[in-house]
Design a protein around this ligand. Sequence first.
Ligand code: 2P0
Length: 338
Amino acid sequence: LDKYAFVDHFVQKNALPHKEMASAFAKTNIALVKYWGKRNRELNLPVTSSLSVSLPVGTYTTLTIGENGSDEVFVSGKKVDTESVFYKRTTSFLDLFRPKNFFFTVETKNDLPTGAGLASSASGFAALVLALQKLFNWSLDKKALSMLARLGSGSSARSLYDGFAIWHKGSQENGLDSFAEKIDATWPELRMGLWILSEDEKKIDSKNAMIQTTQTSFLYKAWPEQVANDLEKMHEAIQNSDFTLLGTTAEHNALSMHATMLSSAPSICYFLPESIRGIQKIHDIRKQGYEVYCTMDAGPNIKVLFLEKDRMAIQNEIPELMVLEPFRQGSDEINYAE
Ligand code: 2P0
């Protein structure tokens, strides 16, 4: 089964757009139990399930469709080179839904820098799918939209939701049971601090890093079982608002993921010296008696987990932290133009 045949399960081929322009917003999400490894590259099916929390920052995308010219992509008002990976990834995703002889203009804007391991592709493809839904007047539910977003980028399946979300790995070869859904829980005191140590583009993208890890890391053999255990713990932590369990599980899971990368051949190392110093600092603050944990993705930056009660102490220790409130009420996306 290829991507095009997969899309046929959800939308009508060659349907004409309902309107000329549509906009959407989707939140960035950070995995607390990571997705690392694909069991099917064409349909982007993961080896394991993963669990995330969405943040009150993300991607705004406006999609315009017309019958002349060629696709154009703008990031923060700047035209993206047609030879760039970003352009190709975006337009080849749009090919899946493109009516014959139609072209898209994509205007996208991120709250956070792209390519810095801050999951901009997750919110990016989620926003794109939401904009496509409006443009073509689909009436797909989030479960279906998460499966379409998944084709663009795996982690984007989770970005369709506020709060905690789980992306089920599924077991079918047709990919129809690998979708994301909301975990019905709220945790108003939960904080995530973004500790941006470098905004440089990563040297190896997640897709290729995943392939290299799954093919060459001996440690990766232990990863699926660890994820299954960590998911159980994370569900328990969320249900009982057990922050110690959430933090220890998230940190252990993230560093174990990096261990599978470090042990691949050639080794993949997303850490900068600053990242290592940062992890040590988190451990030092924890020794002082504050409950603080970290998680890291495919990049050098650190995401710091703590509760509101310790915010002052932690911001004192790490003044450059950008503190976000995942369960903040009064959403930022509500006023975004239709
Ligand atoms: C995650 N990451 O769960 C993991 C943890 C990075 C580390 O998902 O190939 O852009 O497009 O499916 O989703 C980043 O990879 O990869 C990612 P593709 P994606 O958030």
